[in-house]
Design a protein around this ligand. Structure first.
Ligand SMILES: [Zn+2]
Length: 225
């Protein structure tokens, strides 16, 4: 018999986690590669048929091997997700990056989704485990929530950046001007080498001088979207 006080302590819908630890269960050699939004959508395609709001966080190593996946059953309240829960498995497995995948259940006000995405991207920068993709998966396909078209509705409008890959180190480096303090930033984006980003993708960044957050993209200038 569960008393009223005990019932209050039971997990709520927003606290349900299911983790699949591929690194532990399969070993690194058998962990699948996940190198773009299409491969993300393929590995989580079942969530499109779930009627409840569900977010999946995947952890990748530098070579884009999928180390683990955690499904967060958010009960339509994804904004309640704690950063510690989003990054727990990535930190435990020493991941190089995370991605998010979500189904299309009602998730509250679009603005709260923008804020949550930004908070996760900011936490990823602080932890040096960048959020590299955020994919909506539906029964008929997928689309990226980090495309310039999606970020254009965010209160933080995308900033133009010169993004290039260094030949020797293969690091991705971005040069951009902070809209808040007008400082020039040239910094590595800390991205897994093998991940393929589309042209109009947005990356999270913070200004080296004023520490303000920005979405940066090589398509932010002179692009109609
Ligand atoms: Zn700045």
């Amino acid at each position: 018999m569960v008393t009223a006080n005990q019932a209050k302590a039971l997990p709520q819908a927003s606290d349900v986690f299911l983790t699949y630890d591929l690194l532990r269960d399969l070993g690194l050699a058998e962990c699948p590669f996940v190198r773009d939004a299409s491969e993300i959508s393929r590995c989580v395609e079942e969530i499109a048929r779930v009627r409840q709001g569900i977010s999946v966080v995947g952890s990748l190593n530098r070579d884009c091997k999928l180390l683990n996946c955690t499904a967060i059953l958010s009960g339509g309240n994804a904004a309640a997700s704690r950063m510690a829960d989003v990054f727990r498995q990535a930190i435990n497995s020493n991941a190089a990056a995370i991605f998010l995948a979500e189904n299309v259940c009602e998730r509250g006000h679009p603005n709260s989704q923008d804020i949550l995405r930004r908070k996760i991207a900011q936490a990823g920068l602080a932890l040096r485990i960048p959020l590299i993709e955020d994919v909506i998966v539906t029964p008929t396909g997928y689309h990226s929530r980090l495309s310039i078209r999606e970020i254009a509705t965010d209160t933080y409008r995308p900033v133009f950046a010169r993004i290039r890959s260094c030949r020797g180190t293969k690091e991705t480096v971005a040069g951009w001007t902070c809209p808040a303090c007008l400082s020039t930033n040239i910094a590595s984006l800390d991205l897994p080498i093998a991940f393929k980003f589309p042209d109009a993708h947005c990356f999270a960044a913070t200004c080296c001088r004023c520490d303000k957050f920005a979405w940066i993209s090589s398509r932010a200038e002179g692009t109609r979207y």
